[in-house]
Design a protein. Structure first.
Lengths: 43, 237
């Protein structure tokens, strides 16, 4: 059994999940703070 | 903790802290994973599949630490009614669930070449699966409570009660001596050789900083949305 197949699969899953989590959180934060700022400046 | 209960004061600290945690965590995690993949030696029994521990251990630690954070924030919400406590608990839930799922997935991928199976109803694995279900239940309950306009007290009680699973996970390898190995890192020392231990500790630190950055980003997003909703309500009134 080639153990590297399991190692590469684990690293791929973990890296993709972490990148999606960080990217999604960052995009949501930027969007929410932009909306709040836009509403504040409009008033 | 009480000092950070003020949202304005919290944001003043969180804004500069977020990129430091994010970039610092990414750098440390990348260095540790590169070391774990290409520099650290293979284990004499497990061979190269031991390299999965550089992901599995941080994921397990963050899954459990995440729920501990939810329990502390829930207690603060119930006892002191801190305005930020509910926001913090909600912000922790998603990354906590993601890292718990990653712990189960990477553990399963480690188990197949090492134990010959992807899954066993072993005490440690089953209690981690229960933790994932608790996270999913917590997220669903929180969403339902918010839709009904609740204050999140039921969700906080759930967060507090769910913490009973943490000592069960920790002691599961002692109570039920089934498949999962006992702890290799304790408060007084470790049975792991130094060339394997150092990248593991750096990986735990790096992923913890990334986790902190994600929690801060989610808290900032929630606070900004609350501000927008409050302004729109004031305009409508």
């Amino acid at each position: 059994m080639n153990r590297w197949v399991f190692v590469i699969a684990a690293y791929a899953i973990a890296l993709v999940a972490t990148l999606v989590l960080v990217g999604w959180s960052y995009a949501a934060m930027r969007r929410a703070e932009r909306d709040a700022e836009a509403l504040r400046t409009r008033q | 903790m009480h000092i950070l209960a003020n949202p304005a004061r919290f944001l003043k600290i969180a804004r500069p802290l977020t990129p430091w945690l994010g970039w610092g965590g990414a750098l440390l995690a990348a260095l540790a994973l590169a070391d774990g993949l290409f520099v650290a030696p293979p284990d004499y029994l497990q061979g190269d599949s031991v390299r999965i521990i550089y992901l599995h251990v941080p994921a397990a630690w963050l899954g459990m630490a995440g729920w501990a954070g939810i329990a502390v924030a829930s207690l603060m919400q119930i006892v002191w009614r801190h305005p930020l406590a509910a926001v913090a608990a909600r912000a922790i839930a998603v990354p906590g669930a993601v890292f718990t799922a990653l712990c189960l997935a990477t553990g399963s991928l480690w188990g197949r070449p090492t134990w010959g199976t992807y899954w066993q109803w072993d005490g440690r694995m089953t209690s981690m699966l229960v933790l994932l279900f608790l996270y999913i239940g917590y997220l669903a309950l929180g969403e339902a409570d918010r839709e009904r306009g609740g204050e999140g007290r039921i969700t906080a009680i759930f967060g507090l009660v769910g913490a009973i699973n943490l000592p069960i996970i920790h002691y599961s390898v002692l109570w039920w001596r089934t498949l999962h190995q006992g702890e290799s890192i304790g408060l007084t020392g470790s049975t792991i050789a130094a060339p394997m231990l150092w990248p593991l500790l750096v990986s735990v630190l790096g992923f913890s900083l990334l986790f902190g950055a994600v929690v801060l980003m989610r808290m900032r997003a929630m606070l900004a949305r609350q501000k927008v909703e409050a302004r729109l309500r004031r305009q409508a009134a």
